[in-house]
Design a protein around this ligand. Structure first.
Ligand code: GDG
Length: 487
């Protein structure tokens, strides 16, 4: 391909619900402490590689997001570090409650994860969602200049692309949706005006990205049925411009996980785990969320203990659950269901010398996490719905030794890419139980064959390839727009 770099490229502006920085006062100025999230390192790598035409990599990346610090605290402060400039958005507490906890987490999250019975429809939620999207837009309007590229993230900001398009029609806008876009039968449960606002909001973008082709298809159907826009080969023609809708399966920093295998902290954690646990180790880690299928996993493990008694005393299941959204009632209820189920299984099967489940309700430091990934015989990943699921990719990337078996739910976006895993239906206890047994008796050569194939795929399409892919599409679309302007 010809050099796509355009002289006019401006800066890159990312808008996401949360700023990926902690803003902390130090020596009379506010300093940014960067989170080590995947998006941050992916974007940084784009800047470092300097080979993308969508924006000017010499300029600092602008990041707009909600900050828990108060406006007074940050008054008059310029917040930047070597690569980023942060622009906090202040959302009044009452608006944020109806917006983030309400519309986002009590309505969009359950609906998109196929839990319509948990979805709460409240006019105050939608009003707050509009207000909050407008607040993000106002902050963006202070920063944006002609030629800048905006990359909007996720379901908290579905109205933002159209706001940008209406006020700054010539800027490039990308949008990425990190959770499942649901089938139309679910999406249509939203009130007519809301679903139209959400679809039209997203269609303000030039490129709209999802993790899988299914989500792309579902969105295209919603665009057709809700807003009347048909498409040709994933291009939606909006009379004066084109929108490209495509799948970009998010990934991880493969090298980081692969190389961690030999880190002293990881080696120690692996050694400790093997020493203190039984001969077969199963591991899982996720945020506390009903979409992650934690209860289903426990039921599957219970069925495994019931139907495969030969493994009693020989297996340890280490289950890490990271606290999340625990101010919401459903999450508190779920936590207590999990606690009870773990207690019951340990009480029914445990002995003086054997605890079937080792359960931790707190996050794990990184070296221990990779220590567990690399010590375990099985990663048991059973979401009942998951946009992608990065934990399974991290497990595979960590297995430099090509050992271990991934058991993966067919409801995770990652299942579309990781066909060599043992794919299970998380609602089917017996399926989970049989898969655990199959994994335990799987010959080493087969483990290695499956693992190598999955590792190669993630190595080839890591998080840097993902970001690069997205921005290449943005640039190609811009060239197409230029071509159309000339005909
Ligand atoms: C959303 C979508 C999509 C977790 N516990 C610990 C820990 N983690 C890290 C994992 C992984 C990340 O958190 C979780 O990522 P997931 O992708 O599994 O899940 P969500 O948070 O639900 O993310 C999801 C994702 O967005 C990206 O688009 O894949 O479908 O729901 O990186 O390693 N890290 C450490 N200790 C823990 O205890 N150190």
């Amino acid at each position: 391909m010809k050099n796509l770099r355009s002289e006019k490229s401006g800066k890159l502006i990312i808008v996401a619900y949360r700023l990926p920085f902690k803003l902390v006062w130090e020596n009379e100025e506010v300093r940014l402490f960067q989170n080590s999230g995947g998006l941050v390192s992916a974007v940084l790598s784009l800047v470092k590689s300097q080979n993308n035409a969508a924006f000017n990599a010499d300029e600092k990346i602008q990041w707009i997001g909600f900050s828990e610090n108060s406006p007074e605290e940050l008054e008059g402060q310029s917040m930047e570090n070597e690569h980023f400039q942060a622009h906090p958005v202040f959302i009044p507490a009452d608006v944020n409650e109806n917006y983030y906890e309400g519309f986002c987490n009590n309505l969009l999250w359950p609906l998109c994860h196929y839990f319509p019975s948990l979805a709460r429809f409240d006019d105050a939620y939608f009003e707050a969602y509009q207000t909050a999207n407008q607040l993000f837009f106002e902050k963006l309007a202070e920063v944006i200049q002609p030629g800048d590229t905006v990359w909007v993230q996720d379901y908290q900001l579905m109205l933002l692309p159209a706001l940008i398009r209406n006020h700054f029609p010539s800027n490039k806008v990308g949008f990425f949706f990190h959770i499942p876009f649901p089938s139309f039968e679910l999406f249509r449960m939203l009130p007519v005006a809301w679903r139209k606002a959400l679809v039209d909001g997203m269609l303000g973008s030039d490129v709209i990205g999802f993790h899988t082709n299914d989500y792309v298809e579902y969105f295209l159907k919603a665009a057709r049925l809700v807003s009347g826009y048909g498409n040709k080969l994933h291009y939606i023609n909006m009379s004066n411009r084109i929108v490209k809708v495509d799948s970009f399966p998010i990934s991880i920093d493969f090298d980081q996980f692969n190389e961690a295998f030999e880190d002293p902290g990881v080696v120690q954690a692996r050694y400790d785990a093997r020493l203190s646990l039984k001969e077969k180790i199963i591991f899982s880690v996720d945020r506390l969320d009903y979409s992650k299928g934690i209860i289903h996993r426990l039921r599957g493990y219970q069925r495994f203990l019931e139907t495969y008694p030969d493994w009693h005393e020989k297996v340890s299941f280490v289950m890490v659950v990271v606290p999340s959204r625990d101010t919401i009632e459903q999450y508190q209820q779920m936590k207590s269901d999990i606690d009870q189920t773990v207690g019951r299984i340990n009480a029914d099967y445990g002995t003086i010398s054997w605890q079937p489940i080792i359960y931790q309700y707190r996050s794990m430091p990184y070296p221990e996490l990779v220590g567990m990934y690399t010590a375990s015989d099985v990663a048991l990943i059973t979401p009942v719905r998951d946009g992608m699921n990065l934990v399974c990719k991290e497990y595979v990337a960590s297995r430099q030794d090509n050992r271990g078996v991934l058991i993966l739910s067919e409801m995770a976006g990652a299942a579309a890419e990781l066909g060599e895993a043992l794919i299970i239906n998380p609602l089917d206890k017996q399926d989970i139980a049989d898969a655990i047994n199959t994994a335990f008796v799987m010959p080493e050569e087969e483990q290695m064959k499956r693992m190598e194939a999955m590792r190669q795929r993630i190595r080839d399409y890591d998080v840097f390839a993902w970001t690069n892919d997205f921005f290449t599409q943005m640039t190609m679309l811009e060239l197409e727009h230029e071509r159309l302007r000339q005909v």
